[in-house]
Write a protein that binds this ligand. Structure first.
Ligand code: SAM
Length: 267
């Protein structure tokens, strides 16, 4: 199948799979529900599959696009160029707080380049207190990981860290045929809503990250073993957590308690 769509050859290195199915596009835009006056930011607008219908509903829309040719195309878009603020930048390095206007939080959305979707979400989590919500097209498996709870097969580092910051809900399922070129995997749109207040008591996010990474890097091991450089068995037991459990059995609250104990050990 040709990788050309609307006169542009899709670039694999930029994770370009363009949406072309009007039914799917409509469902995604309805799920986002953009309203005039909101502070909307799209990541990776590409050829404008989501940009155009969203821009029809609002007066202003900021888009962050790394591909110079696509950014140029959007700046001279025949119908919506006046509504667009085109930021030609790497979204992984973009300071999303720079878009915040007064008290109005951001509504971020995009059909993300799959090759960088996880680091991109981790980058965005840092700005969660400036964000009202996010809607992202991702590989279905990544959406399942984001939404998985302890005990689920796909529960892992991404589930714990994402759920520390946000509530995650799948909203639209998308087949490969909705894209050009078609990806090899199923996709889905997830809605991520940052918590207004922390849902667990946590002293230090870096320590949570360290504990979660250590526990899931050796996910077949019991936490007695995978965390042995950070906590001794006695300390784990004191927290009412069974040291013979594997990481997949621990809730976010358990990980936060373990991280707080590690933090207190160090400080
Ligand atoms: N939104 C369009 C659509 O749905 O058809 C395009 C989606 S395509 C999967 C991903 C888009 O993200 C492409 O336009 C690509 O050039 C852009 N992109 C890739 N890496 C990026 C990055 N680091 N920062 C910003 N945009 C990026």
């Amino acid at each position: 199948m040709s990788n050309k769509h609307l006169g542009h050859t899709a670039r694999k290195r930029f994770g370009q799979n363009f949406l072309h199915d009007p039914f799917v596009i409509d469902k995604i835009v309805s799920a986002i529900g953009p309203k005039n006056g909101e502070n909307l930011v799209e990541i990776g607008p590409g050829l404008g599959a989501l940009t155009e219908p969203v821009a029809e509903l609002v007066d202003d829309l900021t888009v962050v696009e790394l591909d110079r040719d696509l950014a140029k195309r959007l700046r001279s878009h025949p119908f919506i160029q006046d509504k667009l603020n085109v930021v030609e930048q790497d979204a992984l390095k973009f300071d999303f707080s720079s878009m915040v206007d007064g008290n109005q939080k951001l509504r971020v959305f995009g059909n993300l380049p799959y090759n960088i979707s996880t680091p991109l979400m981790f980058h965005l989590f840092k700005f969660c207190n400036h964000i009202q919500d996010m809607h992202f097209m991702l590989q279905l498996e990544v959406v399942k990981r984001l939404c998985a709870t302890h005990g689920d097969k796909l529960y892992g580092r991404l589930s714990v860290m994402a759920q520390y910051y946000c509530k995650a809900v799948p909203v639209v399922m998308v087949p490969p045929t909705a894209f050009k070129p078609a990806p090899k995997v199923d996709s889905a749109v997830v809605r991520l809503i940052p918590h207004k207040q922390p849902i667990v008591d946590l002293h230090c996010i870096d320590t949570l990250q360290q504990v979660v990474t250590s526990a899931f890097n050796q996910r077949r091991k019991t936490i007695r073993n995978s965390l042995k450089n950070l906590l001794d068995e006695q300390q784990i037991t004191t927290l009412d957590i069974d040291p013979s459990f594997r990481a997949e059995k621990l809730s976010l609250a358990d990980f936060a308690a373990l991280a707080n104990a590690v933090f207190e050990n160090i400080n």
